[in-house]
Write a protein that binds this ligand. Structure first.
Ligand code: SAM
Length: 339
């Protein structure tokens, strides 16, 4: 059964996306237990696309100076006005406190796009990775490519390996890279279509940094599944996701060099896919250590609302009134030199 809601503001009159009741009921049970009272606000935001916010990530390879001025005039501000020990000047992301949405740019062959629209919380895993020039980096689950683009705004890696298992999404990834990144840099990017669970064996101890932006329940998208039967099937399959996520992380651990950083992220609120997955990894490896990222939460508390995770290495951004960012879980781990 589907529930419909009307969009307010600019899109008034149009029928909004359809909310899938099967998914909403399922989330209601799980998240009211896991988030307590906070779930009421989170739910109200998640089911109201008119309240969603879109951040604007400027492309340093085709810098839109005029647009930047225009965003200032429209009341946008840059993310992380506070100081964060890693925050590259080349990373420019603007957000508004109101649900304004810039139009998406069309892909034109031969033209680099000027900006990318994203959920601002997606930058937390990127910043946690602390990418430096010359480093070797693996983006294990890369399509459609938003985080790969964001990584390249931070530094010039010596080598970037973007992997995606789904062939249709792989095409989307390639198009994103071509739309934002100039050819000489595209040449240092390797794109593969592998099962991420096999990449660690193929490239052991190779990378300085590994990002696992894992396949997950993707709460925003699932709530608007247009087909209730498909949604019910997804919910049944949901319990298999933590195993896949753990297997992807095991592969990532193999691919990481000793001393390297591993960042795990999802866009679900689900504890089973977030904290529990990371606890499992920490419990099963003596050489994987948690890295404290509380500083990040302190620095951006005026822009994001966080929910308690019980972990120093894990943050969970939950959508809130006028801070409709997330859901986004991010955990930061390090591979030590000793086993
Ligand atoms: N990082 C991407 C971005 O920022 O645009 C989003 C990644 S999305 C959350 C997760 C991706 O993992 C999906 O594109 C999905 O097709 C892919 N995926 C699913 N199973 C996979 C596997 N076994 N190995 C690699 N990628 C996989």
């Amino acid at each position: 059964m589907m529930l419909t809601r009307h969009l307010k503001g600019k899109s008034e009159g149009k029928l909004a996306k359809q909310i899938c009741k099967v998914v909403l009921d399922h989330f209601e049970t799980q998240y009211s237990r896991e988030l307590g009272d906070a779930w009421n606000t989170v739910r109200d935001i998640l089911i109201s696309p008119s309240r969603w916010q879109y951040a604007v990530l400027l492309n340093r390879f085709n810098y839109p100076l005029e647009l930047e001025k225009n965003l200032h005039m429209r009341g946008y501000h840059t993310l992380f006005q506070g100081s964060l020990h890693y925050y590259p000047k080349s990373l420019k992301c603007y957000l508004s406190r109101t649900p304004d949405r810039m139009p998406s740019e069309r892909h034109k062959i031969g033209n680099l796009k000027k900006y990318y629209l994203l959920n601002a919380a997606s930058l937390l895993p990127i910043l946690a990775l602390e990418l430096r020039d010359g480093e070797k980096v693996l983006d294990l689950c890369a399509a459609p490519g938003g985080k790969s683009i964001a990584l390249l705004q931070c530094a010039y890696p010596g080598y970037l390996h973007c992997n995606e298992y789904d062939s249709l999404r792989l095409r989307w990834l390639k198009e994103t890279l071509e739309s934002f990144i100039p050819q000489p840099l595209v040449d240092v990017i390797k794109v593969t279509e592998l099962d991420g669970r096999e990449v660690g064996d193929a490239h052991p101890e190779t990378f300085d940094k590994v990002l696992v932006d894992a396949p997950c329940s993707n709460d925003r998208t699932w709530l608007f599944s247009s087909d209730s039967q498909k949604a019910a099937y997804r919910i049944r399959q949901r319990k298999n996701l933590p195993l896949l996520q753990i297997q992807l992380l095991r592969s990532a651990v193999k691919a990481l060099r000793p001393g390297g950083l591993l960042v795990y992220s999802t866009c679900t609120l689900s504890k089973a896919e977030n904290q529990d997955v990371i606890s499992e990894i920490l419990n099963s490896y003596g050489n994987i250590i948690p890295v404290d990222i509380k500083e990040m939460a302190k620095t951006c508390s005026q822009d994001f609302t966080f929910s308690f995770t019980g972990q120093e290495c894990g943050l969970l951004v939950i959508p809130d009134k006028d801070k409709a960012w997330g859901p986004m879980y991010v955990a930061k781990l390090k591979k030590s030199w000793t086993v």
